[in-house]
Design a protein around this ligand. Structure first.
Ligand code: FUB
Length: 336
């Protein structure tokens, strides 16, 4: 049965210029039986996100599903001077269907942390939700990691501790460069923070997510090819640790029965992306599919310091392995 509805006046279901996916301007009719929301089908068929899927230079995507919406938290490359990763603010985008993206703007700045030097290095962040609050884990100055908390996925976030959660010169085994925080809250409620350059670090967090609850450990990953950009996921009871292998790097992954390892190297999730850094995150289940978010330099004017974010489907094989993600220009299909 076909239910048609004219869409000639519908421009977009989002409020931003941030999207690059197809925009319905003169869509004729849409099959509302296939797509009850009326946003996914246009004249040519199912719309796709396009890659990169935003027109702003942002990098280091940390993607999560909150309240039925995908939120992607980023380093804001748009505001650096194009010669280094000089960002001082973090940016976010969100979407309910992976095609229409809302530019949530700057969601946090270095100035929100009183102990930050404020000069630069608002780099790869992560955000998790617990008990109705949203915790923004922010690398600051390249030598400390702070936490800000908010009541919504886009804040406003405020410094939650009054000092750093991790600090290079204060904390035993914080490593040479405590950057790239990634947090997993396990099924039993225990939270783990992963971070670090060249040596993957992990530490348990207290129930309020604001303090370390034990020593910082060096994670054991066979193959020893860890460089940066840690991400921890869980699939069918197995922990999947992914990370970049270098500069340039691929995104590799290793698995373990424990969130603290030891991890066994399994293979490559994402090949080189054509620039000096690689950084990815996994959405394990959004409306029935898994997705990999990553950055490259493919927006016009893009490059090492002007990166932009992409999304492609991620597939597990029948044996618990991850099939290497195919980097596409069409991106992913709209999910109503
Ligand atoms: O954005 C600055 C740095 O580049 C990040 O911290 C790394 O993961 C790399 O992507």
């Amino acid at each position: 049965m076909f239910f048609g509805v004219a869409l000639s006046s519908l421009v977009s279901c989002v409020d931003t210029g941030g999207q690059t996916g197809s925009v319905i301007e003169d869509a004729g009719t849409v099959d509302t039986a296939q797509d009850p929301t009326g946003v996914c089908y246009a004249d040519g068929g199912l719309r796709t996100s396009g890659n990169p899927f935003v027109t702003r230079f942002v990098a280091d995507p940390a993607a999560h599903v909150f309240n039925g919406r995908v939120y992607v938290y980023d380093t804001d490359d748009q505001s650096n001077d194009g010669t280094y990763w000089g960002s001082t603010v973090w940016h976010a985008f969100s979407s309910a269907n992976l095609v229409d993206w809302t530019d949530e703007g700057t969601v946090l700045t270095l100035q929100d942390f009183p102990y930050a030097s404020g000069k630069w290095a608002a780099w790869a962040p992560d955000v998790v939700s617990k008990d109705g609050k949203y915790y923004f884990f922010a690398p600051i100055d390249r030598w400390q990691i702070g936490v800000a908390v908010g009541d919504s996925p886009t804040g406003p976030f405020r410094d939650a501790i009054g000092g750093p959660l991790i600090q290079q010169n204060r904390d035993v085994n914080a490593g040479d460069e405590p950057i790239d925080p990634a947090v997993l809250i396990d099924d039993d409620g225990q939270a783990y923070l992963y971070f670090g350059t060249r040596v993957p670090k992990a530490v348990k967090l207290t129930a309020d997510l604001l303090h370390m609850d034990g020593p910082i450990i060096d994670m054991s990953v066979s193959g020893n090819n860890y460089a940066e950009a840690p991400w921890m996921g869980k699939h069918n009871g197995t922990y999947y640790f992914s990370y970049s292998t270098g500069w340039p790097g691929q995104i590799a992954y290793a698995t373990s029965a424990s969130p603290l390892g030891p991890f066994v190297y399994q293979g490559i999730v994402l090949d080189f992306v054509g620039i000096s850094t690689n950084h990815a995150s996994v959405v394990e289940d959004f409306k029935g599919k898994s997705y990999l978010f990553y950055h490259n330099g493919k927006l016009p004017g893009g490059g090492d310091y002007r990166r932009s974010i992409n999304v492609d489907e991620l597939h597990y094989d029948g044996n618990g392995g991850i099939t290497k993600v195919v980097q596409t220009t069409q991106g992913v299909a709209c999910v109503p």
